[in-house]
Design a protein around this ligand. Structure first.
Ligand code: DQA
Length: 149
């Protein structure tokens, strides 16, 4: 089935944004990596990026509906800075009953204190932190493993 890969604010700048933190791969590179990882497990990906909290909430709701319809497995989600601020995304994931693997490219725990708390982690099925863009691949593998499909 389909795995939705969601990237939040500023992740459209991957490749040029703080490369010492996030590496040199672009969002297009990451999405290609995800497509390969999913294909090798017999699944496909649908990738979205938005800088808008409400648009991300709508995508989580869409994932919830499509999971119930049996066409989507779950979501691999890098919420960017909304990780540390968004009760609304927390509520959306909980309310729509969406299996989410939370991914952070950098090790947020080795960075500023304001990055240490996540509103997403308590409602996440699993978390991948500090593994670079490979974290998305690990997230896809983890989602398939945890959802047994
Ligand atoms: C991030 C970490 C967040 O703290 C930051 O705001 C991002 C990217 C990561 O992938 O490491 O935008 O989610």
């Amino acid at each position: 089935s389909t795995i939705m890969v969601l990237n939040g604010p500023n992740l459209n700048l991957l490749g040029s944004r703080e490369p010492e933190q996030y590496g040199h791969e672009t969002l297009a590179d990451v999405e290609a990596l995800c497509a390969d990882a999913a294909a090798s497990l017999g699944h496909k990906v649908e990738c979205h990026q938005s800088n808008h909290e409400g648009a991300l909430i709508d995508l989580i709701h869409e994932a919830g509906r499509r999971i119930k319809a049996g066409e989507v497995l779950g979501v691999v989600f890098n919420p960017g800075a909304y990780t540390h601020t968004s009760i609304a995304l927390h509520d959306a994931i909980k309310g729509a009953e969406v299996p989410v693997i939370e991914v952070h490219i950098s090790n947020v725990h080795a960075r500023e204190a304001f990055r240490h708390h996540s509103y997403i982690s308590p409602v996440a099925t699993g978390i991948v932190v500090g593994m670079g863009v490979q974290g998305y691949v690990l997230g896809i593998q983890g989602l398939v493993h945890k959802t047994n499909r």
